[in-house]
Design a protein around this ligand. Structure first.
Ligand code: GLA
Length: 690
């Protein structure tokens, strides 16, 4: 188990470095991410290089038995870069420059930035590729974190080249973007600009390509550095740090180029959904590289500095949050950062070593955690442990949140609501792209899959045909990969699977959603909740509220399980099921509220045979499996007892029940058992209204 932090010795005089190493050893630190923001120290001027200090630090760490994840230091160009090469600066939507003085002030597509960054990486790689302390390479840092889009002239030029490579001819682009609309037909690629500030909505198909381009430019920066590292003889694993469900970068396209997935996760202590959302994030990053443990590359020991209010963690939460990562596949636990800064924007951010020193609650928590992790036996790699897959797709995210739709949908919020229906039951979930759906899963949930690529549709169809259970819902299978309607209406790909014909959307009044990113989504009331309007349907004997839309769908072979009780669609199907091949497909024609989601999940889980990791979990207890390891975490306020038979991974003792204090954690070896038999599917001619 790797244990450590970002280490920024360049912020401190050399006298402190020996104490750092000594205290790192005391805390159980075995690795640090070194020099992430050290470009200006390594290259203080364009033709001046200084590696002596880095040699010294790496030498001290090595002598202390601490490994180095060496950063390429390209995330924050020094002031001389901006002064000598203003063409490296990014621009906002109106074309105005972003200026230096913070960090990440570079245009990802700038050839000059890439040349300067490349030179830095080459020199670092040639110097340290074979250093025995260096066990990993950390490229850039959180690509795109602050700069979601760059509209600079460098981006303009790169965008035109990217579009030409993709579409080959301008006629093909016109066709893909539907530019006959609003007189947008292009005569050449030179006529195309980034989607800078315009009087009204940009062409949605162009926005989709722009998002793809933006993600690709960031990925190109990563790949450029990776290739330089490899060319210089680097053999250690190469990675960069992800940010979970981060909208600008399609991490599924990045994952094959990462030797190991590393992720940064900062649950908001005041967010009531933080456990669910962090679990989703960890399942997402695990699923990006199946079978390979991932690394939690940054978390906070206590408070952060960048939310409007920054409360610390409750006692024990550090262990509970760490355990959640391990439970869901992590083999490394790292923090931002080792020693709290004494200057700069992050001086109020917690660290492993607080500014207040070692006689602190934080230091005690950090050293105790280090000792506990060091004592863990070797853990199994995460396998295909989930019976349920939830489809989450970046291109769909970009497309479904474009403007001018029947209603605004906050895709991530909606996905998290469905995920929550499984998380609260202790049912393990993988997070997959539509093309990754296969019969290793018993149940697949695909919420709001508005943009459905042909290959994704084929994989989902095969899955049901081969005996899987599908649950999908409103605003799915509406457009192709260009964000254009297909011929033949809506739900053209999955209609036969669902046994439905789709007529129209039936947007409900008052529904609107905003926000982006996990924190923004969950800070207040559910953003998918309407401020007015809504429909009801009855499921499990209870009335349920539907939000956003009440679609008009007509059974074409499907059985109606529940109908709308109110609104314009009263009497029309709200939930249907359909036998297709040897499997079954469910469709919910509205977005239910939290209770409704729970009721639909309960119904579909029973039909699919998907089981929780541990039966009979008390409220507030989270369970997750990686191979034979089952982790139990009590997020509740009181102690609980859980009946489970296995071997305690820490003590080696056999157990039949465990008692967990609030925030208590148990790591147990419990062999997996086979899935339960699903309930018999409904006969096709029966109409059941539950
Ligand atoms: C990100 C960055 C770090 C630091 C932390 C603070 O994760 O990668 O450099 O700014 O946020 O939480």
């Amino acid at each position: 188990m790797l244990y450590g932090a970002d280490y920024n010795p360049d912020q401190w005089p050399e006298e402190v470095w020996d104490e750092d190493v000594r205290l790192m050893r005391e805390a159980g630190v075995n690795i640090v991410s070194l020099g992430i923001f050290a470009w200006s120290r390594i290259q203080p001027a364009e033709d001046v290089w200084d590696f002596d200090w880095l040699d010294t630090v790496i030498g001290k760490l090595h002598a202390g038995g601490i490994s180095v994840n060496l950063a390429t230091a390209t995330a924050s160009p020094p002031p001389w870069v901006s002064k000598n090469h203003p063409e490296t600066l990014p621009a906002d939507e109106s074309g105005a420059s972003y200026w230096p003085g913070s960090r990440q002030h570079f245009a990802p597509s700038s050839p000059t930035y890439r040349r300067l960054a490349g030179e830095l990486v080459r020199r670092l790689a040639e110097r340290y590729a074979h250093h025995p302390a260096v066990v990993m390479w950390h490229v850039g840092n959180e690509f795109g974190c602050h700069l979601w889009m760059d509209f600079s002239d460098a981006a303009r030029d790169a965008y035109r080249a990217w579009l030409e490579k993709k579409h080959t001819t301008v006629d093909a682009l016109n066709d893909a973007w539907g530019t006959s609309f609003w007189s947008q037909r292009y005569g050449s690629f030179e006529e195309i600009f980034p989607p800078r500030l315009a009087p009204y909505s940009h062409n949605p198909s162009s926005m989709l390509d722009w998002r793809r381009f933006t993600s690709d430019m960031l990925l190109e920066c990563y790949l450029l550095e990776r290739e330089i590292l490899l060319a210089a003889g680097v053999t250690q694993p190469i990675t960069t740090n992800f940010m979970g469900p981060f909208k600008p970068a399609d991490y599924r396209r990045w994952a094959p180029h990462m030797d190991v997935i590393a992720d940064d996760c900062y649950p908001d202590p005041s967010d009531p959904h933080r456990i669910r959302d962090a679990a989703f994030q960890r399942d997402l990053v695990r699923s990006l590289k199946p079978g390979v443990p991932w690394l939690l590359w940054e978390q906070a020991t206590d408070a952060v500095n960048w939310r409007p209010a920054n409360p610390g963690k409750r006692p024990g939460a550090l262990v509970a949050e760490t355990a959640q990562s391990i439970a869901r596949g992590a083999d490394g636990i790292m923090f931002f950062q080792w020693r709290q800064s004494r200057a700069g924007s992050e001086k109020f951010h917690s660290a492993m070593l607080p500014h207040a020193g070692t006689e602190t609650r934080t230091w005690n928590a950090v050293t105790e955690l280090g000792a506990r992790l060091a004592a863990l036996p070797e853990l199994p790699a995460p396998g295909r442990d989930a019976q349920v897959a939830l489809v989450f797709d970046w291109e769909n995210w970009w497309a479904v949140e474009e403007r001018d739709h029947p209603t605004e949908i906050d895709y991530l919020a909606l996905v998290l609501e469905w995920y929550g229906g499984f998380h609260s039951r202790g049912i393990q979930v993988d997070i997959v792209g539509p093309e990754e759906v296969d019969r290793a899963y018993d149940l697949v949930v695909a919420p709001a899959l508005y943009l459905l690529r042909d290959d994704g549709a084929a994989a989902i169809t095969r899955f049901v045909e081969d005996g899987g259970t599908l649950l999908t819902g409103p605003f799915s299978d509406i457009v192709d990969a260009r964000d254009q309607f297909r011929d033949g209406g809506f739900v053209t790909q999955l209609g036969p699977v669902l046994g439905l014909r789709f007529e129209d959307f039936g947007a409900l009044p008052g529904a609107s959603a905003g926000g982006s990113g996990i924190g923004a989504l969950t800070a207040g009331p559910s953003p998918a909740a309407p401020s007015g309007g809504g429909v009801t349907f009855t499921l499990g004997g209870q009335p349920r509220t539907g939000r956003l839309v009440a679609e008009s769908v007509h059974p074409a072979g499907a059985t109606v399980v529940a109908s709308f009780d109110s609104g314009l669609r009263a009497g029309a199907p709200a939930l249907t099921r359909h036998r297709f091949g040897t499997g079954e497909a469910w469709y919910v024609a509205t977005q239910p509220d939290a209770d409704g989601v729970d009721a639909v999940v309960a119904t579909v889980v029973a039909a699919s045979g998907a089981r929780p990791v541990v039966d009979g979990l008390p409220e507030g207890v989270e369970a997750a499996r990686r191979g034979d390891l089952v982790t139990l975490i009590n997020h509740g306020e009181t102690a609980v007892e859980v009946a489970v038979t296995g071997t305690d991974a820490e003590s080696g003792l056999a157990v039949e029940r465990v008692v967990l204090d609030t925030q208590g954690v148990a790591f147990l070896f419990v062999p997996a058992v086979a899935a339960a038999e699903p309930e018999a599917p409904a006969a096709q001619d029966a109409v059941t209204v539950v």
